[in-house]
Design a protein around this ligand. Structure first.
Ligand SMILES: [Zn+2]
Length: 199
């Protein structure tokens, strides 16, 4: 049954074990047509409960120094361990997007930021996430090694280590930022950058 849930209208295979049973009655969920729904859904044959599976929001920032460099972290945790990315993480249920941007940045970099304009919003279907990237002014703190980062350091727009960026969504966010602040710089094609971790 599980294979039928994967693919168009289904859910990623890695997510399937998390939504196997009905959260109302404990029955086993089945994927298929549901009355009143315009697409196949996971639903409980026992009680009729429909389990909607939607992407989650990942909130990230591009912390910018006074010199116009972007602070990136070398990731200390999977996925993308050892590669570079902007700080960020999942939005919690009890916080605003802006609060999450500030919290995740200080947790992962030691830097206090003031989120500004949204650089972009990026879907990544295999990971079932939507990533928002804020440009953010650094207003305090000190770059720190944290549980989640091996290193935090600034990169000028022309010095971004494109082949070592952890995630496709990070490449896209950094491309959009560089295009905004240094439109004359050449940009890499995201499809040509190999990322060992996929992401
Ligand atoms: Zn049920």
């Amino acid at each position: 049954m599980s294979a039928a849930r994967i693919g168009p209208g289904g859910i990623p295979d890695w997510l399937e074990p998390l939504v196997r049973f009905c959260s109302r009655c404990g029955g086993e969920l089945a994927f298929g047509p549901v009355e009143g729904e315009e697409r196949p859904r996971l639903a409980c044959p026992e009680c009729g409960f429909v389990s909607y599976v939607n992407p989650r929001l990942v909130v990230t920032t591009l912390p910018i120094t006074d010199r116009g460099e972007v602070m990136l972290i070398r990731r200390g945790i999977a996925p993308g361990i050892g590669e570079w990315a902007q700080p960020g993480g999942f939005l919690e249920i009890d916080e605003t997007v802006r609060d999450a941007a500030i919290r995740e940045t200080i947790e992962e970099t030691g830097l206090r930021v003031e989120p500004g304009a949204i650089v972009g919003l990026y879907s990544r279907l295999p990971a079932a996430v939507v990533v928002v990237a804020f440009e953010a002014r650094i207003v305090g703190g000190t770059p720190a090694i944290t549980r989640e980062s091996l290193e935090t350091r600034p990169f000028a727009p022309e010095a971004i280590p494109w082949p070592e960026i952890a995630f496709e969504t990070s490449v896209r966010a950094l491309r959009d930022w560089v295009a905004r602040v240094r439109p004359e710089l050449p940009l890499p094609d995201p499809a040509t950058i190999s990322r060992p971790s996929g992401g």
